[in-house]
Design a protein around this ligand. Sequence first.
Ligand SMILES: Cc1cc2nc3c(=O)[nH]c(=O)nc-3n(C[C@H](O)[C@H](O)[C@H](O)COP(=O)(O)OP(=O)(O)OC[C@H]3O[C@@H](n4cnc5c(N)ncnc54)[C@H](O)[C@@H]3O)c2cc1C
Length: 467
Amino acid sequence: MKKEDIPQDDGALNKLTREIVYATDSTGNYTTELSTGWDVKAKALDVKALVLPESTNDVAITLKICNDYKQAVVPQGGLSNVVNSATANAQEIAISLERMNAIQQVDNINQFVEVEAGVILENLHEKVRQSGFIFPLDLGAKGSCMIGGNIATNAGGLQALRYGVMRNLVLGLEVVLPDGSILNNLNPVLKNNTGYDLKHLFIGSEGTLGIITRAILKLNPEPAFFSTAFIALEIFENSRELLNRAKIFFGDKLTSFEILWPAFYRLLTNENSGNKKVMPDNYPLYVLTEIASSNAAIQSQMERFLETAFNDNIIVDAVFAQRQEDRKQFWQIREKIDHILVQHNPVFTFDVSLPISEMGQYVSTVDTELKQNFDTVYNYVFGHMGDGNLHLMINCGEENIDAKELVEKIVYAPLQSIYSSVSAEHGIGLTKKKWLFFSKSAEEISLMRSIKNLLDPNNIMNPGKIF
Ligand SMILES: Cc1cc2nc3c(=O)[nH]c(=O)nc-3n(C[C@H](O)[C@H](O)[C@H](O)COP(=O)(O)OP(=O)(O)OC[C@H]3O[C@@H](n4cnc5c(N)ncnc54)[C@H](O)[C@@H]3O)c2cc1C
């Protein structure tokens, strides 16, 4: 098909398609699969179009055209976010990075890897393991989420206690700005004190400032040995004591310290869950913890540690993963949270940050308030206790907006008087916009808006998200 054969209309997509052809195909030939290999589809979904770029240059051309037409775009990775941050509507063009999925050679000496933004997290795990490394970001959605999405949400996950969140794992970035210019910040050096560190603007920006196309990521040597334990406790205060002791005893070998309230453990090990009960389900509280090291002695260290905790009445029961299969089973209990969504509908999902010292009181306040306001209450609480991050998944038998708002108020109200955040790791998206002021001051929000206006004066990048 020739450029002039494209049907004429005034629609923005048609104009955009013609411009892309013009910009990328000097012969004027148009096929759905364009000369650069990238694809523009009017999608059957509720979006104006889906663009599937194959290179940074494709992204740059797309954004330049969209900016000229003031056409809103929504960057998309693996679509695993839970706050509607990658949702696009019929007036918006979705740009999926899924075809930009190359992993470059692992740099063994300098311990980094360069990747395109569309690499699926689990594929990166497998690739770097072949060179004896780990990329330590690990989360339940690893089979579908992509590095660009992980960076844009500043993802946390199961090993943040030891290795930090995505912000701590990114050395350099390449970003296409809304006007189509390419910001090359792909510098892998650890120390670079040359003014503002611009990559941090884009980490956690939820696609509102530009499209991340490439990243240089920090690697860590793969630990040869793991010791994983499922532990039962009588009271919350003892889990705080256990965490403190674990930090001192294991130092940087401690990779995870996850807490599970009993309703969560019971549901995730019930007969329909596909999980095995690794200990009785009538204890008041559970902890799943893991240490990792290159030294085989860690198994006996874990045993010694728990024996002391048992003798000091800190814990009441514990089981160890004897084989890799046990370790997998333990983690499945923590990670298979979609089972909650199978059992209940609707489920309101929260990920809050708060001081570890406040967690026990916080959970019982929320529980009490929920029970005072609803006849039916299922409150599944679990999370990355070591990072001060709890997840709450709540069903109160009602689906309407009023019920949702009331649950949100109940969950967020106790956070206002303590150091806290309404989002520890999932971001704001559309879902939490109206609660942003709980965790950011008016001055902070105003500066965030100024930065957005400066980089994206036409407000084409993921408009309406965060603010
Ligand atoms: C079962 C399950 C477990 C989870 N566990 C965790 C957890 O432990 N920790 C955690 O932090 N999160 C967790 N999440 C949430 C989610 O997986 C993360 O937020 C993840 O980082 C999103 O990545 P994605 O590729 O799916 O991004 P998407 O959902 O596609 O997009 C998320 C945001 O990033 C933007 N974006 C995507 N790609 C780009 C790009 N290339 N450039 C600019 N912006 C972009 C989008 O516009 C959107 O704002 C979990 C989700 C599920 C379903």
